[in-house]
Design a protein. Structure first.
Length: 192
């Protein structure tokens, strides 16, 4: 809205508008939401109306827990340093008692200076994790080469899918033309 845009201008906040249809970002958000929802469900057995009270601690846990793909916590990726968890604040932890304000400021500045390197390492770890997952998946995929005249079956999709007891396949179909990338033109084989 215009009020939000005006508020952002006054406060010096950069406003960036993105498309709702960003599949990669949507997938990442869905993945994070799935973890958060699972944690909420565990805490809310029999008292679903109290979800708002449990959301903040769950988000804190998610933001401060290292992710398996990057080996870093989201908090660390944003701020360049580990979060001080509530247990360290009261009573004061060794970390809090032995570090002076000057040492803490210097350490924070050093972490901020190294944040790009931290993010780059995390990016490479995430990329390597995705490659391993793709390699693992691709070992189970059987590549098939089809040619004109072959008979094939097709998995029903969408409204044609049927129910649980419906057939898993439609066809057979005869291949008339094969294109690069695996696309093909088919027609239903005549029944005798």
């Amino acid at each position: 809205s215009e009020k939000v845009i005006q508020f952002c201008r006054e406060k010096g906040i950069q406003n960036t508008f993105i498309s709702v249809e960003n599949p990669q970002a949507n997938g990442q958000a869905k993945s994070a939401n799935k973890v958060i929802l699972k944690a909420l469900k565990r805490r809310l057995i029999g008292k679903a109306e109290a979800w708002a009270e449990h959301l903040a601690p769950i988000l804190w846990a998610y933001h401060t827990t290292p992710q398996s793909s990057t080996w870093e916590a989201p908090f660390t990726m944003v701020y360049g340093t580990d979060a001080m968890i509530p247990v360290e604040i009261n009573p004061p932890s060794w970390r809090r008692e032995t570090t002076t304000l000057k040492e803490n400021t210097e350490a924070l500045q050093e972490n901020l200076d190294m944040i790009e390197e931290l993010r780059e390492k995390a990016h490479f770890r995430e990329f390597a994790t995705k490659q391993r997952a793709a390699r693992r998946y691709n070992t189970r995929v059987i590549q098939r080469k089809f040619k004109e005249g072959d008979l094939v079956l097709k998995r029903p999709m969408g409204k044609d899918k049927g129910g649980k007891l419906a057939a898993n396949w439609e066809g057979p179909f005869r291949i008339h033309e094969v294109f690069d990338g695996g696309a093909m033109v088919t027609s239903m084989k005549k029944k005798r």
